[in-house]
Design a protein around this ligand. Structure first.
Ligand SMILES: Cc1cc2nc3c(=O)[nH]c(=O)nc-3n(C[C@H](O)[C@H](O)[C@H](O)COP(=O)(O)OP(=O)(O)OC[C@H]3O[C@@H](n4cnc5c(N)ncnc54)[C@H](O)[C@@H]3O)c2cc1C
Length: 393
């Protein structure tokens, strides 16, 4: 049986979140604390308190850690509503990279690590980073991981350089991927380490700079980071040594879907602005919406939004049934990121010249969304993996 209906309480919560974002969060989109490097920490904290007051903070966290333990389909419905503003997920503490990091830590961290590194992120007190990508090493191909860790039986020493690390500046919970060298104590290979951004010894974690990028929706922007003899105790290993790539996959499948959910909400917002413009702006004796060239663009958007939602819901439904849905989430990520970017582009086109100005939020959505086709696997890498699976069949 295929049942597309949503429970009434889920629909009501979706509508409440959409209302919250429109009434309380959208006004912050012109706040100067939304900088070229994303919302700053002061703005983030203010937004987080608004969500906390509405009992909408970190609702996705497991029940035993204070959340509602949302299923994947429930997340899809509620994150889409939150995504109406790119600041919505920031307020509700379900934005990247914290959302994916919280998911990973809730699955792999031990009780001490949960207390020290996860709970302060769940309660909105501190932010987290996932540091994998490197200028001369790991990127699309994580096997190229060049950051090294050595172990002397007591401590690890980490050295290497990373970039594109979202939220690096000001984050306290650090998840660092490094290659553990052969040693007589522990299995070697790519390993995840937890570090405290504040407590790291001077020089251990060096934020070289925050990169200037075309997006500005992630708190703290994207940093270039150097690990310089970062010394960590044995208990800083997250999970088991040598298992980092497996844990990264565990994080990625749901995390790439939650990107799809949030961006779907943002694309819907852009479409609503384009529709309003098409209804009211006139050219050649009628509204521009009455010109087929424009109505077809809006129709293409409507079709794409619908297809994206169905694709997301299907992958989420599979995961709710206990499937890993790696193939489906990979198809969803590549399809949704490409389609939604076309939606945003057509919205810019419908708006005419003002489409590229900040007279509306469409321009910001267009720029912010561009990176979605790259992170959590560029489209080509997903297609490459999908193609290999197709050929194996
Ligand atoms: C906004 C943003 C935020 C990010 N945040 C983080 C973060 O918090 N932490 C982190 O560790 N990383 C982060 N990243 C990095 C992101 O994960 C990488 O950009 C991504 O994995 C691609 O790696 P790369 O940039 O090194 O591209 P490369 O690996 O150099 O690839 C470049 C291009 O080559 C092509 N390509 C590569 N492999 C294949 C293939 N097999 N088949 C066909 N084409 C291929 C693709 O078109 C790809 O875009 C972020 C990136 C962005 C843009």
């Amino acid at each position: 049986m295929i049942d597309f209906s949503l429970p009434a309480d889920l629909e009501a919560e979706r509508d409440r979140i959409r209302r919250f974002v429109i009434d309380k969060i959208v006004p912050y989109e012109r706040d100067p604390r939304l900088t070229a490097h994303g919302p700053n920490d002061e703005l983030r904290q203010e937004l987080v308190e608004l969500a906390r007051a509405e009992k909408l903070l970190t609702i996705q966290a497991p029940v035993e850690l204070g959340g509602r333990g949302l299923g994947h389909v429930e997340q899809a419905v509620l994150y889409e509503a939150a995504g109406w503003s790119t600041l919505g997920p920031v307020a509700m503490n379900c934005a990247a990279p914290d959302e994916g990091n919280m998911f990973l830590l809730s699955k792999v961290a031990n009780p001490d690590q949960i207390d020290r590194y996860l709970m302060p992120v769940i309660t909105g007190q501190q932010r987290s980073v996932f540091a994998m990508t490197e200028p001369d090493g790991a990127g699309s191909d994580p096997d190229q991981l060049a950051t090294t860790a050595t172990f002397d039986g007591t401590n690890f020493t980490i050295n290497g350089r990373k970039w594109l690390i979202t939220g690096a500046d000001g984050a306290k919970t650090w998840i660092i991927m490094a290659r553990l060298a052969a040693n007589p104590h522990l299995p070697e290979g790519p390993t995840l380490f937890l570090a405290d951004g504040d407590a790291a010894p001077a020089g251990g974690i060096v934020i070289e700079r925050t990169m200037n990028t075309m997006d500005r929706n992630y708190v703290g922007g994207h940093g270039v980071v150097r690990f310089e003899n970062l010394t960590l105790p044995r208990e800083s290993v997250l999970g088991e040594t040598g298992q980092a790539l497996r844990y990264a996959q565990l994080r990625l499948a749901p995390a790439r879907l939650t990107h799809c959910m949030r961006w779907l909400g943002a694309a819907e917002r852009a479409q609503s602005i384009a529709v309003e413009h098409a209804r009211t702006r006139t050219a050649f004796g009628k509204t521009i919406g009455e010109h087929e060239g424009v109505s077809f663009m809006l129709a293409d958007n409507e079709i794409a939004l619908h297809q994206c939602r169905l694709t997301i819901w299907h992958a989420c439904w599979l995961m709710d049934q206990g499937h890993k849905a790696r193939h489906e989430s990979s198809m969803a990520k590549s399809f949704v990121s490409e389609e939604l970017f076309k939606v945003a582009d057509r919205c810019v086109q419908v708006l005419g010249g003002i489409g590229i100005s900040d007279e509306t939020v469409v321009e910001m959505i267009f720029r912010d969304m561009r990176a979605f086709r790259l992170y959590d696997g560029p489209t080509e890498v997903h297609k490459w993996a999908i193609g290999r699976k197709v050929l194996r069949k």
